[in-house]
Design a protein around this ligand. Sequence first.
Ligand SMILES: Nc1nc2c(c(=O)[nH]1)N[C@H]1C(S)=C(S)[C@@H](COP(=O)(O)OP(=O)(O)OC[C@H]3O[C@@H](n4cnc5c(=O)[nH]c(N)nc54)[C@H](O)[C@@H]3O)O[C@H]1N2
Ligand SMILES: Nc1nc2c(c(=O)[nH]1)N[C@H]1C(S)=C(S)[C@@H](COP(=O)(O)OP(=O)(O)OC[C@H]3O[C@@H](n4cnc5c(=O)[nH]c(N)nc54)[C@H](O)[C@@H]3O)O[C@H]1N2
Ligand SMILES: [Mo]
Length: 766
Amino acid sequence: MALKFTSSHWGSYQFDSSDDPVRLRTFADDPAPSDIGAGWQDAAFDADVRIARPAIRKGWLYGDRGAARNDDAYVEVPWDEALDFAAQAMTQTIEAHGNQAIYGGSYGWASAGRFHHAQSQLRRFLNLAGGYTGSKGTYSHAAAEVLIPHILGMTNGQFAENLTTWDQIADNCTLMLAFGGISARTAQIAAGGVTEHDVAAWMQRAGANGMQTLCISPLMNDVDAVAGLSWQSIRPGSDTALIMALTHELIVKGWHDTAFLDRCVTGWDTYQAYLTGAADGQAKSSEWAAPLCDIAAEDIRALARRLPKERVMVSMAWGMQRSDHGEQPIWAGLALAAALGQIGQPGTGFGFGYGSTNMGGRPQRFISWPALSQGPAKVLDYIPVARISDMLLYPGEVFTYDCETRRYPDIKLVYWAGGNPFHHHQDLNRLERAWMRPETIIVHDHSWTATARRADIVLPCTTPLERDDLMLNRKDNRLLYMSRLRAPMGEARDDYAIFNGLARRLGFKDAFTEGRSVEDWQRHIWELAVAVGTSQGLKLPDYDHFKAQGVFQCETDTESRTTLGDFVNDPQVHPLNTPSKRIEIFSDRIARENLPDCAGHPTWYAPSEKTDSVAAGWFHLISNQPRTRLHAQLDNGPIAKAAKTNGRETCWMKTQAAQALGLQAGDVVLLHNARGGCLAGLQLDPDMRADCVVLPTGAWLDLQDTPRGRICVHGNPNILTLDKGTSGLGQGNIAHTAVVQIEKWDGPAPPVRVHQQPRFTTKTEG
Ligand SMILES: Nc1nc2c(c(=O)[nH]1)N[C@H]1C(S)=C(S)[C@@H](COP(=O)(O)OP(=O)(O)OC[C@H]3O[C@@H](n4cnc5c(=O)[nH]c(N)nc54)[C@H](O)[C@@H]3O)O[C@H]1N2
Ligand SMILES: Nc1nc2c(c(=O)[nH]1)N[C@H]1C(S)=C(S)[C@@H](COP(=O)(O)OP(=O)(O)OC[C@H]3O[C@@H](n4cnc5c(=O)[nH]c(N)nc54)[C@H](O)[C@@H]3O)O[C@H]1N2
Ligand SMILES: [Mo]
């Protein structure tokens, strides 16, 4: 018997291939495995959702140019025919419109594993085909990705890797201000694979050491139970006002650390003039913030009084900036930490992303393992990733992004592999309209997701359980050889094999494969990894030994880090890479853009939707990350299904708020606003705000015609969210900013059909 291993974004697994049937078990050395994975095997081999064979949308075969894309039947075809169609569509697009008419932004999480990473494969393929229009930034933290380089002189990725480590927090921090929480729910996930979940254990250790945690969030359970926990409920979208009022209190009481500000910060005077009202006549006082945040002014003052006496970490969940003007809480939070003068000291200062995944603040050495080469980019056009509907609807129009002005390209062909925009994008009715514009849409997925059901050429790929791969994640201490559990289902092929077939038709197969088989590539990547290991003082085994052992443990030493520690120690010797060489609380570069929605210093802007500006009966929608799956992945599996309410996605309201509307646990409710509507199954939660409703992301979109119009009968919140950029600077998505109305669904509710196969037809039928 030989144990074999595999990995995913939610955890790692082991199995004995001589077992019959073969069953995945959680990786034995993970101290706190995620529940999500218990449903992986069933979800992956669910014949009801798997794409068995290549399929072409009927209307596309007859040249409808996208008209019926939102609800059509599919014709199954042999692989050769499907690949011929795809190659022809690419050739025609490139000849008639040039490579920039291909959108290959293809955002999404795909699967863990270095070689079979769908986006890497796609980009390598499209670059060899002459290039494509790409995307910049993520749905996770786009606003921060643009802002942080301006104000800290490093990328968001570099900042993330310099996050003050958990050991320092546990030993030194006495007050954790957890804006948006720090949760084991989200810490189940780590991009690229994870063998050890430890965020909950670090929080317990910090709590046992006396750290107080203040969960500042609309939901109490955004921090899991821990010693020293308390909850400050806040109106969604108003954190910037609270942070400014706290900073204002420090200034007027003279409790701010002027020595730190003089030494390490630029632009404090400008910001202070804004806070005191000298600049605009409005002091950002506790009285000013109180009605915005729905927190008593006295409570804000009491919190401000505590701050100078504690060793404080100002922590922001990533979700804080996935909202209108999402740049501002980050910038204002950094300014608050600067005013406290505790940046650069162990366990205190400013943090972004603790608990948002398992990665933030891990006290370990990060090693840059090799990846598949994607080749040089040949087209330089791109869009901010969340502006996809705008791009498709308004080709040629101007947009601003990161202090540049550009135009949207005219896209004729969309190619997606490893993502699900009809899960992840906001205002899905709007995306559906935009999605009708391109001539051809090609999608690789293993399952009939909402996006696959809206593609013209659907190519079935394997899941990681059907292929070998390497897990090389710089933020995990182990390297895993991922072994296949079983042969591919149906006619599924690896993304690599699919691109191979296309590259042959397009005449660049040799350049794409470099003459290597899958195993040759994996051996090649491993050899590069061995060289990296050597440069880091690690002796990795050769490929065959690694494959046989399955696991390589890098090291057990911890590496403790302090964000901006060197800089604060000596700003002259370790200056920041900003224009002023310091932390920029005023950025001249941003100010010069004169943007209406992002000034040169942290600024309060009212969000486009909020509960205090609508009539009673409106609720703020919180579409947070789902506890039971990764985004829309595994939604068809047993763990996600067990958490649904009568087969629909569960939404939560505060007990009293639901009672006031005459609603009970288990009711089917309709959530709606001007953009759309969805059904969900109601559950009650006493520990959340009365003006909020929680509907996590990831229920597969199931639009059906009902007496109340075309609504999602399953519970996808993105039918309700707002498709707008955070600002003309960051252009991040604002998924966390939306208001909705709720009512009981009377009468029979339409059954959910999206976890079944789509409609099939023949070429000539109908
Ligand atoms: N309302 C709201 N919306 C949100 C968010 C929110 O907080 N609220 N969060 C946003 C965030 S942070 C993110 S990151 C996005 C996530 O959005 P996505 O990353 O698009 O979501 P996933 O469901 O992970 O989609 C990955 C897809 O890749 C497919 N796949 C897996 N492995 C492979 C493979 O090997 N090859 C191929 N070809 N396909 C594969 C899966 O089946 C799945 O359909 O959602 C965003 N959307
Ligand atoms: N189980 C699971 N874990 C995941 C994922 C998943 O799909 N499933 N996805 C992963 C990905 S891609 C990402 S990017 C991260 C995202 O990680 P986060 O961004 O940290 O997670 P969210 O759940 O979007 O947001 C955290 C909380 O912010 C609170 N919140 C929303 N609006 C506001 C506000 O205006 N003010 C305050 N104070 N709080 C607010 C909500 O109550 C929400 O529960 O999660 C990762 N982890
Ligand atoms: Mo994300």
